[in-house]
Design a protein around this ligand. Structure first.
Ligand code: ADP
Length: 445
C-alpha cells in the first residue's frame, strides 16, 4: 500500500512538472535548442511550396552568390561558416529578397536555418543611410529576442552602419525620442507600446515585419493580440514574414491573420524509425532491482554514452546519486535548473565529459543528442493520464532515416502496470521488444 501511495505522489509530481512545461516552457525549450545547437539539423525531405501566384517562376538557389547580396553581407554569411543555403533557405531566401517584396509563411523544425534566413532578409532590405527603424522583428520572450539579436550582430559584422535596438521591458527610453536604429527586435507588448503609445517608432516607415516562433507566440493570447495590433499599423507595402517550428491549426489561423496573401513553404520533420534499434525489456520488482539490472548491463557491455530517462525528478536525482557511488561520471538534467544550466549540462555530455546523462522526461523533450547509442527507459514514458506516450518513446530512441546509426534501447519494467504499458508500445509500433535476462547477458550487443 505504501508503494502505491508513493507512486501516486510521484505521479502527481510528474503531472505538475508537465503542466508547468505547457505554461512557460515552450519558450524555454526553444531557447534551449538554440543554446545547444551549433549546426543545421539534417533533413532529407523535400520543401513543399505553395505560391501566392502559381504562374510566377519559382526560384531556388544553391549558392549565396546567386542571391546578389551586398558584399558586406556575403562576407558576414561566410564568416559564420555557412557554405551554402540550407534546404529551407534555398527557397525562402529568393522569395524574401526578390522584388517586389513577397510575404512568406515558413514552417520547419528548429535548427533548419529559419533565423539565419530572415536575419539576412532584414539586413538586405534596410537602408543604412536612413536613420529610422525599417525592420521590426517580434519574438515571444526577451531571451529569444536576444538570441536573434546575436545572429543579426554576427551576420552584420561587416556592415556596422546598420544598427539594432531591443524593444524589451526594462529598456526605458526618454519620452518624445525617435529611434535611429534601422532594426528593432523585441517582445510584442513593448514593440506595440513603442509604435503606438510612445511613438519611438513610426510604423508607416517599416519595410519588413518578422514574426518569429509563431507556435510559441500563440501560447499567450496577449501576444497574439499585440502582434495583430502591430501588424495593422504597418503599411500595405510592408513585407510580412512569419516563422514557426510546428504548424497546428491554431498556428495556421494566427499566421493567416498576420500575413496577407502569403507564399507558404514547409519542410516536414524527418521521420524517426525504430528499424535500426534493438529494443529490450528487463523485468524487475522494484526501483532497487531496476538499478541492479542497470549495473549488470553496465558490467556486461561497453557503453560509450547512455541517456537514462526517469519519470520524476526525485527518481532521477536518486539514480544519479547511486550511479555516481558506483563510480560513473553522471550528468543530471533536472526541471528546476535554469535553461542556461541545462544547456551547459547537455554541452558537457555532448563533449563526452560525462558518460551517462540522467534526466526526467519533461526536461529532455525535444533534445537531440545524436551520438548516444544506448537509451535506457528507467521508467517508461507515459502521458498525464498514465497511458503510453508513444511519441516520446519514438523520439527518445528512434533514429532519423539514413543518418541513423544502430542503437540499443533497454526498458525497465517493474510490475503489471508498466508491463501493460510496454505491451501497448510494442503493439503500437508493431516491433518486438525482447525480454533480456540481466543475469545472462550474452545475447546483447
Ligand atoms: P532555426 O531558426 O530554424 O532554428 P537557425 O537559423 O538558428 O535555425 O540555424 C540553426 C543552426 O544552423 C545555427 O547554428 C546556424 O548558425 C546554422 N546555420 C544556419 N544556416 C546555415 C547554413 N546555410 N549553413 C550552415 N549553417 C547554418
Amino acid at each position: 500500500a505504501t508503494d502505491s501511495w508513493a507512486q501516486a505522489v510521484d505521479e502527481q509530481e510528474a503531472a505538475a512538472e508537465s503542466v508547468s512545461l505547457n505554461l512557460h516552457d515552450k519558450a524555454a525549450q526553444s531557447l534551449l535548442n538554440k543554446l545547444i545547437r551549433n549546426n543545421l539539423v539534417n533533413n532529407t525531405n523535400q520543401v513543399e511550396v505553395l505560391q501566392k501566384d502559381p504562374n510566377s517562376p519559382l526560384y531556388s538557389v544553391k549558392s549565396f552568390e546567386e542571391l546578389r547580396l551586398k558584399p558586406q553581407l556575403l562576407q558576414g554569411v561566410y564568416g559564420m561558416g555557412f557554405n551554402r543555403p540550407s534546404k529551407i533557405q534555398e527557397t525562402a531566401l529568393p522569395m524574401m529578397l526578390a522584388g517586389p517584396p513577397q510575404n512568406l509563411i515558413a514552417q520547419s523544425q528548429s535548427g533548419t536555418g529559419k533565423t539565419a534566413a530572415f536575419v539576412l532578409a532584414m539586413l538586405s532590405h534596410v537602408d543604412p543611410d536612413n536613420k529610422y527603424p525599417q525592420c521590426l522583428c517580434v519574438s515571444p520572450t526577451y531571451e529569444l529576442a536576444l538570441q536573434t539579436g546575436k545572429v543579426i550582430e554576427q551576420m552584420g559584422k561587416h556592415y556596422p552602419e546598420v544598427k539594432l535596438v531591443y524593444a524589451i521591458r526594462g529598456n526605458k527610453l526618454p519620452r518624445g525620442m525617435k529611434l535611429q536604429e534601422q532594426i528593432v527586435i523585441g517582445t510584442p507588448g513593448t514593440m506595440l507600446d513603442w509604435c503606438s503609445k510612445f511613438k519611438f517608432i513610426d510604423p508607416k516607415k517599416i519595410k519588413v515585419f518578422v514574426l518569429d516562433e509563431a507556435d510559441v507566440m500563440i501560447a499567450t493570447q496577449g501576444h497574439q493580440d499585440q502582434s495583430i495590433r502591430i501588424q495593422r499599423m504597418l503599411p500595405q507595402t510592408c513585407q510580412m514574414l512569419l516563422f514557426s517550428a510546428t504548424f497546428e491549426e491554431t498556428v495556421w489561423n494566427f499566421a493567416q491573420r498576420i500575413v496577407p496573401s502569403p507564399n507558404i513553404i514547409k519542410l516536414k520533420r524527418e521521420e524517426e524509425t525504430l528499424d535500426t534499434i534493438k529494443q529490450y525489456y528487463v523485468l524487475c520488482n522494484s526501483r532497487e532491482e531496476k538499478f541492479q539490472a542497470l549495473c549488470n548491463v553496465y558490467g556486461a557491455i561497453t557503453i560509450a554514452q547512455a541517456m537514462i530517462f526517469c519519470h520524476t525528478r526525485k527518481t532521477a536525482g536518486w539514480l544519479a546519486g547511486e550511479l555516481s557511488r558506483e563510480g560513473h561520471q553522471v550528468a543530471l538534467l533536472s526541471g528546476e535548473m535554469q535553461v542556461e544550466q541545462r544547456a551547459a549540462v547537455i554541452d558537457r555530455f555532448r563533449d563526452g565529459k560525462e558518460k551517462v546523462l540522467v534526466t526526467t522526461n519533461v526536461c529532455a523533450r525535444g533534445i537531440d543528442v545524436e551520438q548516444v547509442s544506448v537509451v535506457i527507459n528507467f521508467d517508461l514514458p507515459v502521458d498525464k493520464d498514465g497511458n503510453p506516450d508513444n511519441e516520446t518513446y519514438l523520439h527518445r530512441i528512434g533514429r532519423t532515416g539514413r543518418f541513423g546509426k544502430r542503437g540499443l534501447a533497454i526498458n525497465m519494467v517493474d510490475g503489471k502496470m508498466s508491463m501493460n504499458i510496454l505491451n501497448r508500445i510494442q503493439e503500437h509500433f508493431s516491433k518486438k521488444i525482447e525480454r533480456l535476462d540481466t543475469d545472462d547477458l550474452d545475447e546483447i550487443e
